[in-house]
Design a protein around this ligand. Sequence first.
Ligand code: EPZ
Length: 446
Amino acid sequence: MKEVDLADTTQDVLHVEGGKPLNGTIKVRGAKNFVSKAMVAALLAPGVSVLKNVPEIRDVHVVSDLLRLHGATVDWNDDKGTLKIDATNVRLADVADVDTLSGSSRIPILFSGPLLHRLGEAFIPQLGGCNIGGRPIDFHLETLRKLGANVDKEHQDGIHITAPNGLHGAKIHLPYPSVGATEQTLLAAVQAEGRTELSGAATEPEIMDLVAVLQKMGAVISVDVDRTFRIEGVKTLKGFTHTALTDRIEAASWASAALATHGDIFVKGAMQPEMMTFLNVYRKIGGEFDVTDEGIRFWHPGGDLKPVAIETDVHPGFMTDWQQPLVVALTQAKGLSIVHETVYENRFGFTKPLVKMGATIQLYRECLGSLPCRFQQRNYKHSAVIFGPTPLEGRDIDVPDLRGGFSHLIAALAASGPSNVQGISLIDRGYADFRGKLAALGADFD
Ligand code: EPZ
């Protein structure tokens, strides 16, 4: 396996010889979209927090650097996947330093609550993250305002937020169950004076694991069946020790790779409860899986795959992040499949290169699902019709974003002939050691 320096983006092309099934065992560690938030939560307490089962991905490096810029110490033990964060001393980071990191992540906005509690002010740079839609932060800012913060957007290089007299509890309703805005509210309200009620919230397993972390730290948070969180502000919090839940997006990505390449992959660490919706769809398509105590084995049983109609949604719906890798497998199903994307308005850009590789995929502005979504009549091509099976042929591809990029990689592995996948370092943001895993699965690449 080639050693990869995650800070180095020059190792950016992967030459893939496709057409070989991926067979073997890989291990998936903690969820990217939980670990980064738990790292931010550590900033709330003046003490040591320990996070286990952490994947070595670029987003973890970025958040580690952001924590260090704010005065925390972060020690990383890769063999154990353990992060030790000491947030005893917290200071405001230099604006220019934070700015150099901001292009690569959306996490800085979540620093607001912890920094307001510890220092009375926070600076949020222009945000990065995957280019899959407008990705506004209006819900975040509205939440912070309701909790009593002053939000100053007049700065050229970011947003200055202050709360000299601390935050106070409030009644907040989210117009859409945003994952980030739910986390924002939890991280900010946990030490606000009084009670906060957050309705219309998201309840993804990664959010519930964040609630578990906050409870270990001393928080009082409950959730009702109608997606309403109630947070009783507490004065002090202490450090935590926690093992991250498995990355269900990565697990589903490898499951889709098994299907697309006619392979057989045992994903150690994959958990059934968080993946139930995905597993139902996998079975309907004709994929086989076997759940064990150590993980889930996914395989293509031979014969034709069946088409499906799916709609992405917030939990417990079909995750938007599962959609792209699965679309590659759907190009090999016999008949018409439909994917209605209801979370992001612009998440089908990745299908263009798939069409160049031989797939038949058409995009529509209409809602091709059981219910109209909020993108109805808004001119976004957010429904896809995939007709299969179509053989895929290798091509030169530019990776557009994290999940789209992984789906291109799967397509290159499933295709006949060579492909050059350019911009591969984007995949390091969320797939730990994917080159090592590809090698373990017998992929032909360099
Ligand atoms: C998180 O993004 C994840 N990122 C995404 O993972 C994931 O796709 C998404 O949740 C949905 O599950 C991280 O956890 C770091 P949202 P987040 O706020 O929190 C709109 C991946 O590949 N919205 O739930 O940024 C927004 O535009 C990714 O790992 C507003 O309108 O997502 C979107 O349409 C990418 N205003 C919808 O809500 C706001 O202030 C859902 O976004 C905030 C969001």
